[in-house]
Design a protein around this ligand. Sequence first.
Ligand code: SF4
Ligand code: SF4
Length: 422
Amino acid sequence: MSFSCPYIPFCPAVFKQLESIRLKIFSTAGYTRESLDNAAVFSHYCPMHLVSLKKVATYDRPAVREGLVRLLEPLGGMEAFVRPGERVLLKPNLLAGKPPENAVTTHPEVVRGVIELVKAAGGIPLVGDSPGVGNGRRVAEKSGVLQVVDETGAAFVDFAEPVEVCGSGTFKQFELARPYVEADRVINLPKLKTHEMMTMTCAVKNLFGAVIGTAKAAWHLKAGADRELFARMLLEIYLLRKPDLTIVDAVTAMEGDGPGSGDPRQVGLLLAGGNAVAVDVIAAEVAGIPKKLLYVERAAERLGLDGADRTTIRTAGIPLAETQVEDFRLPHISDVQFGLPRFIKNRLRHHVTSRPVPLPEQCRLCSICVDACPPRAIAIRDNKLVFDYHLCIRCFCCRELCPHGALDVRDGALLKLIRKYL
Ligand code: SF4
Ligand code: SF4
């Protein structure tokens, strides 16, 4: 349900005033339960969503720590989100066991800074995620996150045990990781990256990690080749357990063919907000990604979700105009089926989409893509990787997870033609 705010014509003066009241409430030393409840009621009835922006040039530890403190100031500080004694789950992006400089995972120094702020607010920090393949703890170790967890005295939680959660949208039942569902607070720590299937992965997409390991493939299968349906599924997961706070690591983002094999891109920015959809909207603006390519954001708008309407989002910290990234390289456009009726999509699929193709000289026949492919469209035969493109749903999980960069993309004939005019 969308809600039209009667104060919008008086912005920003009215909201400046309201925010100063809100900040006073949160910054009161030794705040009471009532004061926080009042603040929660206040923000419930205020339809504006605040996204804070802070420039942070490097992952130098003091710079990140200071940057996080300043970033959270307009939102009321970490104390506005964490109460003493609460178990706070930090959910970084732990897609694959790559070193931090590859920009595949949330940088360990950002995780460290957030752990320290949670502890300072009296919370008990836990860190967890579930990668598409392999073990979360091993990925955390390779990406440097586990070391930070150990050094700070936080705890790493395995996303191993699922809990059934009922949905009320298109999908009626989900199984999410127990530590994610049962934490008192969730702090979402995505990395800003391109994504070959969904164009961008940031706040909402990062929560797909709450689906345990190989169960992700089953969800890809349920949505099939329909990216709009997949976006809706991501939003329904988000709605089951909204994170209390999202902090985006865009100090070094990823551009090009993300999320696993793109190129690191220096953006020098942290973003934060209480509404993950609004954070995604602003992150996309920073990267200059056209809305027509943003499946999750468009689906959120269609569903009338809070934070999807740009007119309800305010930014704080540095001016948004100072954060724009020049020529942020998007992933290969692999699908131009926008808005086509389903029966036409099915007939034209081969011609208007790209498909993964193996690079035999780089492929080590490790089987990771074979095991990860949701519809089982990949097999190893006669020491060669073979694809069944009738089964392939173009999810690009294979490219996302191949550790050797051994999969390329090839465009359908019509797509090549259309691309010339895009
Ligand atoms: S394409 Fe990559 S993931 Fe698949 S078998 Fe070859 S090396 Fe392994
Ligand atoms: S072959 Fe690759 S792109 Fe096609 S369905 Fe399997 S994992 Fe997805």
